[in-house]
Design a protein around this ligand. Structure first.
Ligand SMILES: [Mg+2]
Length: 272
């Protein structure tokens, strides 16, 4: 028996023995299936063609969940077996949908707040991967597969081309409408103040009350320590931090935490 005939016999046997396969082949138009499954199968590049793909996807789902839930210890790069998975996630609908959930939850919470009316209610936003997206930069650097290179990133940052994260821009504008002040607290250096302001304005952000960047004395500390210190200064000035949005847990945890924190997804890098 030649190999081709052998293969045809195997495929025919599989179709006969597998009711689900046979059903998909002949009757898929009869029974409606959930839209999400149809979309999943039709998206190029993420076809679950075999068990190995399925297993890798499962493991990378688990890894990403651990990242978002802050269950992983500090990590330097995306695991190589999840590089393609992360690329698909951040370029596909998943990332956008996840970002929108965070933005909408933030807005629902903000609408229910009893504000002081004294100009002391503030919302703290991180900048990178929270208000601005550096996806074009990470597209050229393996979406987190490469170790972070500060010099290369600075070159990108100085191009002033980072687009807005739309769900964050919407939340930002609604917060201002509600009468909540916006403070921006970023790990970017003070020397990048003007390019950061220009990029934020280009992306549609207006009327922030403070933009806090790292000055010389804040260099060399972790983001958690630096951001905690700056939040404590806000509290000491009499501000009430009603909300805080960031893509890193180091944006949110530490001293003088917000009443509510909103973690945006980011499977590309980790900052402690
Ligand atoms: Mg960030």
């Amino acid at each position: 028996m030649n190999l081709l005939l052998h293969f045809h016999l195997l495929v025919s046997a599989a179709l006969l023995l597998s009711p689900s396969l046979a059903h998909d082949k002949f009757d898929s138009h009869v029974l409606p299936r959930p839209l999400s499954i149809l979309e999943y199968q039709e998206t190029p590049g993420i076809l679950l063609s075999n068990e190995l793909d399925r297993e890798v996807r499962l493991l990378c789902d688990g890894w990403r969940f651990a990242v978002e839930a802050n269950n992983l210890g500090p990590w330097k790069t995306v695991p190589s077996e999840c590089a393609e998975y992360v690329r698909e996630y951040v370029n596909g609908r998943g990332y956008g949908v996840d970002l929108e959930v965070v933005g909408k939850q933030g807005l629902e919470y903000a609408k229910g707040l009893a504000l002081g009316g004294d100009g002391k209610d503030v919302w703290v936003f991180d900048v990178d991967e929270t208000l601005l997206s550096n996806l074009p930069y990470y597209a050229d650097h393996g979406y987190g597969l490469e170790a972070f290179n500060g010099l290369e990133f600075d070159k990108w940052l100085e191009k002033v081309k980072a687009p807005a994260i739309e769900s964050s821009l919407k939340l930002y504008e609604e917060l201002l409408r509600l009468g909540i002040k916006v403070f921006l607290l970023t790990g970017r250096s003070e020397r990048h103040r003007s390019v950061t302001e220009e990029n934020l304005r280009n992306a549609g952000y207006r009327n922030w009350d403070k933009l806090i960047l790292r000055n010389l004395e804040d260099h060399g500390t972790t983001a958690t320590v630096y951001k905690s210190k700056k939040r404590t200064e806000m509290v000491e000035e009499g501000y009430r931090i009603v909300g805080n949005s960031g893509d890193q847990w180091s944006d949110l945890l530490g001293a003088s935490m917000s009443n509510r924190s909103f973690k945006l997804p980011n499977p590309m890098y980790y900052i402690s």
